[in-house]
Design a protein around this ligand. Structure first.
Ligand code: PHE
Length: 378
């Protein structure tokens, strides 16, 4: 009996070692890249879009033979839009998948959760769409392929001034670093340009009732309202504002970019404006080609996060090629050296702060559609 048990144990350990070998071999023939995204939960539209863009890029890279003679294996983890979850899934990607780089997240608060881990482990991280300045300030392993909110806030403030709105009310989601930052940068430029912030109100992500804040805003008689949070609440804010006979234009940032905005707000959001990274209405050949490929693959049009997700994966692959290795410090330097990369969202050069200096577009909601208004360069 004992001898048999021993023999069994021996077999099991032998098998385990053999499996481990196979796993290592497998990792040698592929390049393991991680992605974390809010595929479900509150901001599922962000994760779904950025993931599809990222996936399309990886599929194209692999169809073209991969990089450094290897295929890319993309492992995507869902952080469920939940605070704290990003830490868990990113640790898992690092320890189990042995990823050499990380793509994600859209929401700044989520990227801020993961960035210190990547910095510590020397795993380059590229956020496609997080615009809060603090994200890349975490350290030299953290990058993004989009503009940052001091620019986006300025774009919105100058647009408001140009529209003749001198008295603006601000409504901020205090649970999102993105919203807090965007309100702050808007406020600064708006005041510098002679504007007055007549009321400031706040709420927390996933709140549903904004009547008290909107009543206070109405009392301030603003020309317009900045709702600097995500589409999830912006749609409800617009509806409830109209119910209170508060009819002034509402302004937002890139966080409004989701089809659900109009689904929730309906007519209440007609005529309102938001800033964004990209518009499918841009006739640039690179954008039209992307629109076609993406629509063929997913049966839906891309939004800004799809385009940025695509660009983030393409920039990473380009850097791996230039680095000639996936070793953390070398790959990090290659990403940092990205200049004039011809992305779907424009020419991308990473500046010394590891951010991209790019143009923003102003979009207006007209007939339930997001219509391109103009491009604003840095
Ligand atoms: N910029 C937002 C953030 O930092 C995320 C976002 C990007 C949302 C692009 C929509 C489109 O949190």
């Amino acid at each position: 009996m004992k001898v048999r048990n021993l023999a069994f144990l021996f077999c099991v350990s032998f098998l385990a070692i053999a499996c481990k070998r196979a796993e290592n071999l497998d990792q040698g023939s592929e390049i393991s890249i991680g992605e974390f995204a809010s595929l479900t939960g509150q901001t599922a539209s962000f994760g779904q879009s950025s993931h599809k863009g990222t996936l399309l890029a990886i599929e194209e890279i692999n169809a073209g033979g991969g990089v450094l003679g290897k295929k890319i294996r993309l492992t995507t983890e869902d952080d469920q839009s939940k605070a704290g979850e990003a830490v868990t899934v990113v640790r898992k990607l690092i320890s189990r998948e042995k990823i050499v780089a990380l793509l994600g997240e859209v929401s700044s608060s989520k990227s801020l959760e993961a960035a210190p881990i990547c910095q510590q482990e020397r795993i380059p991280m590229i956020s496609p769409a997080s615009t809060n300045p603090k994200v890349t300030e975490v350290g030299d392993y953290i990058f993004r392929v989009c503009f940052i909110d001091p620019f986006q806030g300025k774009v919105l403030a100058k647009y408001a001034i140009a529209k003749g709105w001198r008295r603006v009310a601000i409504l901020t989601d205090v649970k999102q670093d993105y919203s807090v930052g965007l309100s702050q940068f808007f406020r600064e430029t708006f005041r510098q340009n002679g504007g007055e912030i007549v009321v400031e109100q706040s709420y927390s992500s996933s709140d549903k009732d904004f009547k008290a804040q909107l009543t206070a805003i109405k009392a301030g008689v603003p020309d317009a309202i900045l709702a600097s949070g995500y589409y999830t609440e912006a749609g409800l804010i617009a509806r409830q504002a109209r119910e209170l006979e508060l009819k002034v234009p509402i302004l937002g940032g890139d966080g409004w970019d989701s089809p659900s905005l109009v689904e929730v707000a309906g007519n209440a959001i007609e005529g309102c404006f938001f800033s964004n990274h990209f518009s499918v209405e841009d006739p640039a050949p690179k954008i039209q080609e992307f629109l076609q490929k993406y629509t063929r693959r997913f049966n839906a049009a891309p939004d800004a996060m799809s385009a940025l997700g695509y660009d983030s994966a393409m920039i990473l692959a380009d850097a791996i090629k230039r680095a000639g290795t996936t070793e953390g410090p070398v790959l990090r330097s290659a990403i940092a050296a990205t200049r004039d990369f011809n992305g779907v969202t424009g020419l991308i050069s990473l500046n010394p702060e590891r951010n991209a200096d790019k143009a923003a577009v102003i979009m207006q909601i007209t007939g339930g559609q997001f219509r391109y208004v103009e491009t604003i360069r840095p």
